[in-house]
Design a protein around this ligand. Structure first.
Ligand SMILES: C/C=C(\C)C(=O)SCCNC(=O)CCNC(=O)[C@H](O)C(C)(C)COP(=O)(O)OP(=O)(O)OC[C@H]1O[C@@H](n2cnc3c(N)ncnc32)[C@H](O)[C@@H]1OP(=O)(O)O
Length: 717
C-alpha cells in the first residue's frame, strides 16, 4: 500500500509501504494511483514527495507477482500520470531505487537521494528489460552511452555516481525526505516541461549506429544465448531513433516477448535460489534461524598457494586481521610480495579503501594460537591435511574453529584428529578465491550448528553465496562434475573431438567447454585425485574398465605425455607456449585419439551436439538427483546456486535441476534409460528420486523439497 499525508506548508507525502523492500505490488500501485489523485485534487497541495517506508525507497516490481496473473493498475500509465502532474513531484530516495523503483523515480520531476542509496535498472538480470518506461526515459536523461552501460549490465550505482551521471538532482548525508520536502517547496509554481523526461530528446554520440552495433556484439559474446541483454540494446536503439511514444511501443513489444520466456523464469528462479540457500538447514534440524554464529575478528590461513592467497585477500577485505602462514620460505616470500598487491587491486575493483595492515605473514604455525578461526588451505592431500589438523589441534586455543579448504576430501576424517570435532567444517572456495562468489560450507556428521552458522556468516561477510552441503566425496559440485567429465571422455573414445564437445557446451551457454576448462585448471589436478583413488598409476592395468566400471584412461595418457594444459602450452588444445591463453586445435590430439581408438578396437562414429548435451548434462543432472536423495543438498535450489555461481552454468538456464524441470523430467528419464541401455554407457542409470518424481506426475522444482521430505518419511528413498 501507499500512505498519504499532508505536511504543514502544502506538501503531500506519499510513502510506499510494503516490507521488506517496498516492492510495487498490486496494492502498492493502487495506493500510489489513489494518493496521486488525492494530491492533484487537493487545491492546498502545491507539491508532492514520494518516499519509501523504513529507509528504503523501492526494490522495483514485486517479482513474486510475475508467476501469476497480473492484477491492479499497470506501472506504465501510473508513471505517465505522475509525470503529467502539474505540481512538482520529487522522489526522496533512501536505501534502494531499483528496477520499477527507479522507473517510478524517473517519472517524478526531481530526484533527491541519501548518499548511501543505490540505484539501478537490474531487470536484465531477471530476464527482462526496464519495461516501465526506463528504457526510454533513462537515455533521455543521461545519454545513450551511459544508459546502455547501466541497462545492459543491470549494475547498481552509488548515489555519488548517479549524481555524476545526472540521474539525481541532489544528494545528502542527512534525511533525504526532509531535503526533498524543502526542495519541492522551493520549486513550487515553476514550469515543469523540461523536467518531463518523456518530452526530451535522447542525447546520442555522432556514431550512434556503430556504438549500438558494438554494444550488441559485446552483450552477445558476454551472455551467449541470453535474450534480455539483446532486447535491452534493441529498446535503446528505439530510444535513440524514435519519438518517445513509438519507443514505448517497442519497449512494450520486446517486454511481451521476454516476460513469458523460459529464460525470464529461469533468471527469476535464480534470484530466489540465491536467497533460499541463505536460509540453510541441516538434516539434524539445525538451521539459519535457530543457530548462533560467532563473529570473527581474527583468523589464520595455513598454506599460501593460489587458493590460500585468495582466501587471505577475501578475509582481509572484510576487515578481519589475518595471520597468513606458509612453512616453505620461498613460497612465503612470494606470497608476502604478491598478496598485498592482490588486496589493493581487489579493493580498487570493489571501490573499497584498502584495509590497512590487517595481514601478518609467518612461517611459524605457533603464530595462529590466538586466532578465533583457522582456514587450512594446503595441498589437496589427505595425509598432509591430517598432519596440519593434528598440529592445529595442539597449537590453537580451545574453542577455535578449524576449517579446511578442500574440494572433496572427508571432513569427518579431519575432525577425528582434533579434540573438538564439532568445531570442524569444510570451506570449499573456488579459484580465484577472492573473486569467485561460491562457497560450499561442508558439514560433517559431527559439525556443530554453531560452526556451520559461523562459516556461513563469514562467507556472507566475504560477499560469497554460501551453500551448506553434506560430507561426501566431491561434496555437491565436484561430485556432479565427475559423471559429466566421464561422459565427455567417453564421447572422445566414441568419435567426438574436444572441439565438438566444447562447442556444444559453449553453445548451450557455458563460458568454456569441459576440455578448454580442463586445460585452464590443469589436467594434473584430476590425475592426482585418480592416482590417490587407485584408478591410475604404476601397477594399474591400462584397461578401459577400472574398479568394475567403464573408465577412460585418455586424460591420464595426456598427462603421461606431459600435456597438462595451458601451463605446459599443450593439453586438449595447443597454445602459444606455456601459460598461453588462446586455444587452437592440435593435430597431435586427433592422431592421439585415432591411435587410441585403434588400439582398443573402437570405431569412431559421428556424434551430434544433441547427444553431447544429453550425455554430459543429463549425467550431471542425474547425479544431482542422487545428491538430493542422499540429503547431501537440502534442495534443488542449493544445487542450482552451486552450479550458477561456481561452475559457469548459464544463469539464464536457472541451474541443472531447474533445467531438468524445463526439459521435462519424463524426457530426462527416457533419455537416461536410452543411454543406460546402450552396452557401453553404463553410468547413466537413472536415480530413484527421478523415477519417483516422474511417477508422481513431475511436480515443479519448487515442490521437490516437500516431495523428498514426504518420500523420506514414508521410507521411499
Ligand atoms: C518489468 C520489471 C520491473 C519493472 C522490475 O522492477 S523487476 C524488479 C527489479 N528489482 C530488482 O531486481 C531488485 C531485486 N532485489 C534486490 O536486488 C535485493 O533484494 C535488494 C537490493 C533490494 C535488497 O537486498 P538485501 O537487503 O540483501 O535483501 P534480500 O535480497 O535478502 O531481500 C529481502 C527480501 O525481499 C525480497 N525481495 C527483494 N526484492 C524483491 C522484489 N523486487 N520483489 C519481491 N521480493 C523481493 C527477497 O526475496 C527477500 O525475501 P525472502 O526471499 O528472504 O523471503
Amino acid at each position: 500500500m501507499a500512505r498519504y499525508s499532508r505536511l504543514p506548508g502544502s506538501v503531500a507525502l506519499i510513502t510506499l509501504h510494503n516490507p521488506p523492500v517496498n516492492a510495487l505490488s498490486a496494492a502498492v500501485r493502487q495506493g500510489i494511483v489513489d494518493a496521486v489523485q488525492r494530491a492533484l485534487k487537493d487545491p492546498k497541495v502545491t507539491s508532492v514527495v514520494i518516499c519509501g517506508q523504513n529507509g528504503k525507497f523501492c526494490g522495483g516490481a514485486d517479482i513474486r507477482e510475475f508467476a501469476g496473473p497480473m492484477s491492479g493498475p499497470p506501472l506504465v500509465p501510473m508513471i505517465h500520470a505522475i509525470e503529467a502532474v502539474d505540481k512538482p513531484v520529487a522522489a526522496a530516495i533512501e536505501g534502494v531505487a531499483l528496477g520499477g523503483g527507479l522507473e517510478l523515480a524517473l517519472g517524478c520531476h526531481y530526484r533527491i537521494a541519501h548518499s548511501k542509496a543505490v540505484l539501478g535498472l537490474p531487470e536484465v538480470t531477471l530476464g527482462l528489460l526496464p519495461g516501465a518506461g526506463g528504457s526510454q526515459r533513462l537515455p533521455r536523461l543521461i545519454g545513450l552511452t551511459a544508459a546502455l552501460d547501466l541497462i545492459t549490465t543491470g549494475r547498481h550505482v552509488s548515489a555519488a555516481e548517479a549524481l555524476k551521471l545526472g540521474i539525481l538532482d541532489q544528494v545528502t548525508d542527512n534525511n533525504a525526505v526532509d531535503l526533498a520536502v524543502e526542495f519541492v517547496r522551493s520549486v513550487a509554481g515553476q514550469p515543469l516541461d523540461s523536467r518531463r523526461l518523456s518530452t526530451l530528446p535522447c542525447p546520442c554520440p555522432p556514431d550512434v549506429d556503430s556504438l549500438l552495433d558494438k554494444v550488441m556484439s559485446k552483450v552477445r559474446q558476454r551472455s551467449r544465448g541470453a535474450l534480455a541483454p539483446v532486447a535491452c540494446v534493441q529498446a535503446l536503439r528505439a530510444a535513440a531513433s524514435l519519438p518517445y511514444a513509438q519507443g514505448m511501443e517497442k519497449e512494450r513489444e520486446l517486454m511481451a516477448t521476454l516476460f513469458n520466456s523460459g529464460q525470464a523464469r529461469a533468471l527469476q528462479y535464480a534470484f530466489f535460489s540465491q536467497r533460499v540457500v541463505g536460509k540453510w538447514s541441516l538434516p539434524s534440524g539445525a538451521s539459519w534461524d535457530n543457530s548462533t554464529a560467532r563473529t570473527i575478528s581474527k583468523a589464520a590461513v595455513i598454506g599460501l598457494g593460489t587458493m590460500g592467497r585468495g582466501i587471505v585477500v577475501a578475509l582481509a577485505l572484510t576487515g578481519i586481521s589475518v595471520v597468513a602462514v606458509e612453512t616453505q620460505e620461498k613460497q612465503l616470500a612470494e606470497a608476502s610480495r604478491v598478496v598485498p598487491a592482490m588486496l589493493q587491486r581487489e579493493a580498487g575493483r570493489r571501490r573499497l579503501a584498502t584495509p590497512p595492515g590487517v595481514i601478518s605473514f609467518s612461517s611459524n604455525l605457533q603464530d595462529v594460537s590466538e586466532v578465533e578461526l583457522v582456514i587450512e588451505a594446503v595441498f589437496e592431500d589427505m595425509s598432509l591435511k591430517l598432519q596440519v589438523f593434528k598440529h592445529l589441534a595442539s597449537v590453537c586455543r580451545p574453542g577455535t574453529l578449524l576449517c579446511s579448504n578442500t574440494s572433496g576430501l572427508d571432513i569427518d576424517q579431519l575432525a577425528a584428529v582434533t579434540q573438538s570435532p564439532g568445531l570442524v567444517v569444510g570451506m570449499h572456495f573456488f579459484a580465484p578465491a577472492h573473486v569467485m562468489k561460491l562457497l560450499e560450507v561442508v558439514y560433517g556428521p559431527r559439525s556443530s550448528p554453531e560452526a556451520v552458522a559461523t562459516a556461513m556468516q563469514l562467507g556472507k561477510r566475504m560477499g560469497k553465496v554460501g551453500v551448506a552441503v553434506g560430507n561426501c566425496p566431491g561434496f555437491v559440485g565436484n561430485r556432479m562434475l565427475k559423471p559429466y567429465l566421464e561422459q565427455a571422455n567417453f564421447l572422445l573414445e566414441e568419435g567426438a573431438t574436444p572441439q565438438q564437445v566444447d562447442e556444444a557446451l559453449e553453445e548451450f551457454g557455458f563460458p568454456m567447454g569441459v576440455f578448454r576448462m580442463s586445460d585452464l585448471s590443469g589436467l594434473d589436478v584430476g590425475w592426482r585425485i585418480r592416482k590417490e583413488a587407485g584408478l591410475t598409476g604404476p601397477g594399474v592395468e591400462s584397461t578401459r574398465t577400472r574398479q568394475g566400471r567403464r573408465y577412460s584412461p585418455l586424460p591420464d595418457q595426456m598427462c603421461e605425455a606431459g600435456r597438462l594444459g595451458q601451463k605446459t602450452g599443450k593439453g586438449w588444445y595447443q597454445y602459444d607456449g606455456p601459460g598461453g591463453r588462446v586455444a587452437r586445435s592440435d593435430p597431435w590430439v586427433d592422431i592421439f585419439l585415432e591411435t587410441y581408438r585403434a588400439e582398443h578396437g573402437l570405431v569412431a562414429r559421428s556424434i551430434t551436439p544433441e547427444e553431447i548435451l544429453e550425455r554430459c548434462l543429463y549425467a550431471l543432472i542425474n547425479e544431482g538427483f542422487n545428491i538430493l536423495q542422499d540429503a547431501v543438498a537440502a534442495g534443488p535450489e542449493d544445487i542450482d546456486a552451486i552450479y550458477v555461481f561456481g561452475y559457469g552454468w548459464p544463469r539464464h538456464r536457472g541451474g541443472p535441476m531447474f533445467h531438468a524441470g524445463q526439459v521435462g523430467l519424463g524426457r530426462i528419464l527416457e533419455r537416461l534409460n536410452h543411454h543406460h541401455s546402450h552396452p557401453d554407457v553404463p553410468h547413466l542409470k537413472p536415480s530413484t528420486l527421478l523415477r519417483r518424481l516422474v511417477a508422481a506426475g513431475s511436480p515443479p522444482v519448487q515442490k521437490w523439497r516437500e516431495f523428498i521430505n514426504k518420500e523420506r518419511v514414508h521410507s521411499q528413498l
